[in-house]
Ligand binder design. Structure first.
Ligand SMILES: [Zn+2]
Length: 333
């Protein structure tokens, strides 16, 4: 049940009273020379009561589309017209971001395996712990903006708790409302924020905004629209969500692997619907001769493709979102 909060928002030393927008930093540790490690935090407190939404991005250091989303979305929010509040952390994985890599160079960990964190743990675990306990736990809804790393991937939203989890329905509802058209509904590995949030009764989704180096304009626009949809649906701002009439839900992936090494000529593209037995790609050797035709064993959606046009034996060249279910949103939003 969403709370009707009217008190001030507080994260660390930052306080936003009703009608205020505050930005600053949350201390989460020190670098090896003693320099403070600080995460940027934006607090926007509406005048009227309503739910608090927590939004974070760059939990994985090379996934920058979320920052693009936050930079477009936040300036459009007027605290005087907001109900409830927003807590935004645009850059979570400080160390990985500065190293321009996916995982933290300090402890070699992936941040999205570290939630809800450990106060006495490694660098990433301590950052996750501070964020989770000072910011996430105040929220009624949680949105963890990701992307498929730098590999090309469709824009989609993930529900990461199992279908028997008490918060599954609320998480799936949030994913539908985000309204990007494609949902992965599959229990994820432990340590994901999209599991730790629901374990503390906070519906959480993990939007995966494409996959690219740097910023992708189309993915960022979809992410911004997704946040507006959440604002409208849960009553933080007056308005109507813009959600596709039907959305695809898949419950798992099937990796399509090359058996022969060589260069990949794709016969399908992202978002394509494929049927079992369909040809997906041709592998050519270094002389340009075809050596293998790759087919899919299952029907589904072309969910992601390889970054480079070549593959060694056993390497995944395409991932299929298997056997999609088509759902209607009419009863939802
Ligand atoms: Zn990620």
């Amino acid at each position: 049940m969403l709370q009707n909060r009217t008190d001030s928002l507080r994260v660390g030393n930052l306080v936003a009273h009703p009608g205020e927008r505050i930005q600053g930093y949350l201390r989460v540790g020190e670098m090896q020379d003693g320099t403070q490690v600080r995460l940027p935090v934006i607090l926007i407190r509406g005048v009227e009561p309503g739910p608090v939404v927590y939004i974070q991005s760059v939990s994985d250091g090379d996934e920058l589309n979320g920052i693009g989303v936050v930079h477009r979305f936040i300036p459009q929010i007027d605290a005087k017209e907001l109900r409830g509040g927003l807590i935004i952390v645009p850059l979570v994985n400080f160390h990985a971001f500065h190293a321009r890599q996916h995982m933290s160079p300090v402890d070699g960990k992936k941040m999205n395996r570290c939630f809800p964190g450990r106060a006495d743990g490694s660098s990433s675990e301590r950052i996750a712990h501070t964020l989770f306990h000072t910011a996430v736990l105040q929220a009624d809804l949680c949105i963890d903006l990701h992307q498929g790393g730098v590999r090309p991937m469709i824009d989609e939203v993930r529900v990461r708790v199992g279908q028997d989890h008490p918060m599954h329905k609320a998480c799936l509802e949030l994913a539908k409302v985000f309204g990007i058209g494609y949902i992965l509904d599959e229990q994820g590995p432990s340590g994901q924020l999209a599991q730790a949030g629901p374990d503390h009764q906070i519906p959480t989704i993990d939007p995966e905004l494409g996959g690219c180096h740097g910023w992708d304009e189309v993915s960022i626009r979809k992410g911004v629209q997704g946040l507006w949809n959440v604002m409208y649906h849960y009553g933080l701002i007056d308005g109507s969500p813009s959600v596709p009439e039907t959305q695809y839900v898949v419950y798992g992936f099937v990796p399509i692997r090359a058996n022969r090494g060589g260069f990949v000529t794709p016969l399908v593209g992202l978002y394509d619907l494929v049927t079992g037995g369909q040809e997906l790609a041709i592998i050519k050797n270094i002389f340009g001769d075809p050596v293998e035709t790759i087919t899919t064993p299952v029907s589904g959606i072309v969910w992601s493709t390889a970054l480079y046009p070549m593959a060694a034996t056993g390497e995944t060249i395409i991932t299929i979102g298997a056997q999609p279910n088509i759902i209607s949103n009419r009863e939802t939003v």
